[in-house]
Design a protein around this ligand. Structure first.
Ligand SMILES: [Zn+2]
Length: 283
């Protein structure tokens, strides 16, 4: 889901760039006011100059290593494609659909691959990216998102076919009782017994109505459960094919190249690179 960055919103004020310093004074990286607030709230840092904080604890690393200039530079509030400054959204160069199944190091340190983009260009790129996702599916020999969705729907319909049938029978009984012949009512009773093992002929209208709502609720719950079955995520099937660090780097690099080639962005942040690596010591 695209996150709209509201102008003036304290929570996501990206113009608010803060330098984070090591207790020894070393400038580790630059971050948002929101993150800084987090540290301040926990008394983990102190402000020593405007827009500069110093950590009050010894962090594990020293932030970005020297060659990773990127993280140290302040972010500029503009669309990376056209320079528009309003209504910006965060664009994840590697879509969430894949990223969510990646190891933590690619998920947690993805600052490099989040670009600010205007809504128009975000939507434009999302459309183009669909084709790239299909190319990825073909490359890794996994189902496309559309194929998986279709299979998921078939699976759900199959799993819930009895409940769907029950709903249809109850619906007829509740809403067309006065217009259908008695034989039809009896047939419905028989069918319902066969499908659900419940004798609705013994029930009054209120009870039937209650059963109708219960079944409807059950279907909705089961549908929601089935929507989350990870076997139906194209992204998961793709990520399972990535084994080595090199595989991951190549996959991420592919998305960066695709974005650059598709959108020709004029304002990628200084220090941004298709070759940026998340691994300190690539193997
Ligand atoms: Zn734009």
């Amino acid at each position: 889901m695209a996150q709209v960055l509201k102008n003036g919103s304290r929570k996501f004020d990206l113009s608010d760039n803060w330098d984070v310093h090591h207790p020894d004074g070393y400038h580790m990286y630059t971050t948002s006011g929101r993150k800084v607030q987090w540290y301040l709230d926990r008394e983990l840092a102190e402000i020593f100059e405007p827009n500069k904080i110093r950590l009050r604890f010894e962090p594990k690393g020293r932030g970005f290593s020297e060659h990773e200039v990127f993280g140290k530079l302040p972010r500029i509030n503009r669309c990376v494609v056209c320079g528009e400054e309003n209504g910006l959204q965060r664009h994840h160069i590697v879509p969430y659909h894949y990223r969510k199944f990646m190891p933590l190091k690619y998920k947690s340190r993805n600052h490099h691959d989040v670009a600010l983009i205007c809504r128009k260009h975000h939507e434009e790129y999302e459309q183009i990216a669909k084709f790239y996702k299909n190319e990825i599916a073909a490359h890794f020999k996994v189902e496309t998102i559309e194929e998986m969705n279709a299979r998921q729907i078939n699976f759900m319909v199959d799993q819930l076919k009895e409940q769907f049938k029950a709903m249809k029978l109850l619906d007829t009984l509740l809403h067309r009782y006065n217009t259908i012949p008695i034989e039809r009512v009896e047939w419905i009773g028989e069918e319902f017994k066969k499908t659900m093992g419940i004798d609705i002929m013994e029930m009054n209208f209120d009870e039937i109505e209650e059963l109708y709502h219960k079944t409807d609720k059950l279907i909705k719950t089961k549908k929601a459960e089935m929507m989350n079955v990870e076997n139906f995520f194209h992204g998961k099937s793709v990520i399972e094919k990535l084994i080595t660090t090199q595989d991951y780097e190549t996959f991420i690099r592919g998305w960066r190249i695709h974005f650059i080639q598709s959108m020709s962005p004029l304002y990628m942040p200084e220090g941004w690179s298709v070759d940026f690596t998340y691994s300190r010591d690539p193997k």
